[in-house]
Design a protein around this ligand. Structure first.
Ligand SMILES: *[C@@H]1O[C@H](CO)[C@@H](O)[C@H](O)[C@H]1NC(C)=O
Length: 281
């Protein structure tokens, strides 16, 4: 009796947390190169010379904590890009990006991040990872609330884009976004500045996805299913979440040891001084 109750509780928890690709996503391009497998528990994208492939979420979200596990193209992935991002529509769109730039076997992937608000991006930060992202699945998360956009890898924050509306910097908070992902060929720029081209003898290239979870406000017909900003906070930690001192320390560890590009520190690019969101709060 106790055991069956335990099993029941476990299965309820599993169904509450594990998303289902058939339910939550649709394949948008690439035909049979994109596949939903294992009863919706696994999704794979592939790229060959004629085409890449991609998918998008059925829902639009306005704030949330969104987790996905990815296992990237192994071996010689030079020239390939796996993008995983949130984006709204239209010319003044908002966007929150993870992009994984492939590399030669043994050379590290680059994790590229960016934030667009009201159509303006140019806020790139790039990292190497402290593990091989092609060997196993790892969790890539976006925590998006009215004050912060926090990028996380296996629960470790790597970037915190703060709401700096007080300094005149637009912050994504009015436009619902969908989740998108695609695997495509970008060998004109992706790997070592475009010097290394895709080796098509390795095609098809494949990336895999599992354990999608969205603890998020779903936007539908002009309203959010988060009843109001004040009550959303009662049930959802993420709504008010910001980095505590331990998390800040972990982020500092990543940024000190694994960050390879930070637009805020690019003086050549911003000779008049970095954009306003760059200066410490
Ligand atoms: C590829 O490897 C080189 C050499 O380690 C590194 O400089 C570069 O950042 C890596 N990533 C890409 C996308 O070129």
């Amino acid at each position: 009796m106790a055991l069956s109750l335990l099993l029941l509780v476990c299965s309820l928890m599993a169904s509450a947390s594990a998303g289902n690709f058939d339910q939550d996503f649709q394949i948008t391009w690439g035909d049979e190169r994109a596949k939903i497998l294992e009863n919706g528990q696994l999704l794979t994208l592939s790229l060959d010379k004629p085409s890449g492939s991609g998918f998008q979420s059925k829902n639009e979200y306005l704030f949330g904590k969104i987790d996905m596990q990815l296992k990237l193209v192994p071996g010689n992935s030079a020239g390939t890009v796996t993008a995983y991002y949130l984006s709204s529509q239209g010319p003044t769109h908002d966007e929150i990006d993870f992009e994984f730039l492939g590399n030669l076997s043994g050379d590290p992937y680059t994790l590229h991040t960016n934030v667009f608000s009201q159509g303006k991006g140019n806020r790139e930060m790039q990292f190497h990872l402290w593990f091989d992202p092609t060997k196993d699945f790892h969790t890539y998360s976006i925590l998006w609330n009215p004050k912060h956009i926090i990028f996380m890898v296996d629960g470790i924050p790597i970037r915190d884009f703060k709401n700096m509306e007080s300094r005149g910097v637009a912050f994504p908070r009015n436009q619902p976004m969908r989740i998108y992902s695609s695997l495509w060929n970008a060998d004109d720029w992706a790997t070592q500045g475009g010097r290394i081209k895709t080796d098509w003898t390795n095609a098809p290239f494949t990336a895999s996805y599992r354990n999608f979870n969205a603890d998020a406000c779903i936007w539908s017909s002009g309203t959010s299913n988060c009843p109001s900003t004040s009550t959303a906070s009662a049930s959802s930690d993420w709504w008010n979440q910001e980095l505590d001192s331990t998390s800040q320390e972990r982020m500092r560890w990543v940024q000190t040891n694994y960050m390879i590009y930070n637009y805020c520190a690019d003086l050549k690019r911003f000779p008049q001084g970095p954009p306003p969101e760059c200066s410490a709060a």
